[in-house]
Design a protein around this ligand. Structure first.
Ligand SMILES: C[S@@+](CC[C@H](N)C(=O)[O-])C[C@H]1O[C@@H](n2cnc3c(N)ncnc32)[C@H](O)[C@@H]1O
Length: 212
């Protein structure tokens, strides 16, 4: 009976594990600052989250990383909690013509359209607001966190401090733009965050580690 159950379990996981390649074109059409190989990395990490697990994303913008995470939840009880102010980053991107269109439509509207277009709404819960304010009312265990909100040193440290207590033991925390070009995220990771995590590593500009 045990061998039969194992065989059935194996068959189930083989037939239901989604493959990134089938989602790549959809993710590539969404504007954002996430290189596609990082989207693939996020997707693979989200696939490894146990069923029923919660994935928290800070900084969703137009939904590029949200979509990569949510595709990994298809057919499961995993959910992505997408946190953003959805007020835009106009000062940073004012010289990019496409952003003017987004401003007219409204940032949340664009994010929502990208999620709906890919039939991912059942897997994503948007939480509009400042990440530190949402952290204060957050109560549930987190199995994976992707931090890509404000890149200011104090904000990245605060995002870590506020969400770390909710992350389960062995849960993954990943930070975007840990690169000398982004001094705030770089310093936050090296001076503070990395010391609190184990099995730390990096994939391109994503630095990550696991809660001890
Ligand atoms: C670099 S973009 C995120 C890019 C996105 N992950 C992607 O794949 O394209 C940063 C986002 O963080 C949001 N943000 C900045 N500060 C925030 C804060 N304190 N709380 C919540 N969201 C914030 C901005 O509104 C912006 O959409």
């Amino acid at each position: 009976v045990i061998r039969l159950l194992k065989w059935l379990g194996l068959r189930r996981s083989q037939s239901t594990t989604p493959q990134f390649e089938q989602f790549r074109p959809a993710i590539e059409t969404i504007e954002g600052w996430l290189p596609i190989e990082q989207a693939e990395w996020l997707f693979e990490q989200a696939c490894a989250v146990p069923d029923g697990g919660r994935i928290v994303e800070i900084g969703s913008y137009q939904g590029r990383s949200t979509t990569a995470l949510a595709f990994a939840c298809l057919g499961t009880l995993k959910r992505v909690f997408a946190i953003d102010l959805w007020q835009g980053m106009y000062a940073d991107v004012a010289d990019i013509p496409e952003v003017h269109q987004v401003f007219q439509e409204g940032f949340f509207g664009v994010w929502e359209r990208n999620i709906r277009m890919n039939n991912l709404y059942p897997y994503v819960i948007p939480l509009a607001g400042r990440s530190c304010e949402i952290a204060r009312i957050w109560r549930a265990p987190i199995h994976m966190a992707f931090v890509d909100g404000s890149h200011a040193f104090e904000d990245v440290v605060q995002d870590f401090r506020e969400f770390f207590p909710h992350v389960v033991r062995g849960g993954l925390m990943a930070f975007h733009d840990v690169d000398p070009a982004w001094n705030g995220a770089w310093r936050a990771w090296h001076e503070h965050i990395a010391h609190h995590l184990i099995r730390t590593g990096s994939f391109t500009t994503i630095a990550y580690g696991y809660k001890p």
